[in-house]
Design a binder for this molecule. Sequence first.
Ligand code: FAD
Length: 292
Amino acid sequence: MKPPPFTYCDPESVGEAVALKSEYGNDSLVLAGGQSLLPMLNMRLARPEALIDINKIGDLQKIERRADILEVGAGVRQYELEDHPLVGELVPLLPEATGHIGHIENRRRGTVGGSLAHADSAAELPCTAVALDATVVVHGPAGTRTIAAQDFFQGWMTTALEPEEVLVAVRYPVTPWTAGHGFVEVARRVGDLALAGAAAVVNLDEEGRFTSVSVGVLGISDTTVRAFAVESALIGEAPTEENIARAAEEIVPSVTSGDDLHATRAYRRHLASVVVSRAITAAVARAHERSN
Ligand code: FAD
């Protein structure tokens, strides 16, 4: 399998990349880590006229704290989220979830922006972006746009990116020190895309009741799902096993994936409430650890 012929461009600035994107529009694709795009090219599932390689753009490879925001450049390699001290300190859900992406070889090449732009419904970074209320930053000929993660992912491998735009960064709110986080996924083998998974961030009050719950779920629909019904069922409640299990059932109607090679719909419906329940339980345990 070989890629179709294409014009190769390797801009050294975001402005240059956006200009190329504007010139080629829909006939161009950004090349980041290539972990999804290169197989798609080789299988002829993507036939761009031009490939715009962003690996030389240093401005896309920064991890910075800006007040109560952690800003991660689109070109940051996924493994850096596991290792970078700022990330572990400010948004501890990220290193935990990122470790589930493929194998370390994929994470050393795959980028944060690539995973978000690729928008696979079973991907960990879109799921955590939604659970963390992150904001995606894109540059285009009309300037810069910021898009809430909840609005960015619009369907299977479909995002709010316009053809001439480049994803340049993602901004994560710094997780409050008292909050707990949990990430759980079920995959057939280590490194496989998950059958289902959930990311949760919770806060508890002095009586130990939920004051805030935020849950993203992957692998159950054509895009990552924010579990609003689960969240509202828990606010003000005590984090008992029964309350969490009852609330987790609220995710089941959001399971739209049908039977496929890896799991039946019925199994995914069961799995969805299990991973949501476990992720919230893990987050509660961390919140208790942090408050002691
Ligand atoms: P590319 O492959 O370079 O690009 C992906 C898509 O995003 C392309 O359409 C490209 O045009 C677009 N794009 C990339 N960057 C930008 C940008 N800055 N602006 C606009 N568009 C952009 N992923 C998971 O989430 N979970 C897994 O478990 C997982 N397992 C994997 C296992 C294997 C064996 C392999 C090979 C891959 C796996 N992946 C998994 C996918 C991969 O690791 C990346 O997470 C992801 O696919 C894309 O990252 P990338 O930087 O390689 O992007």
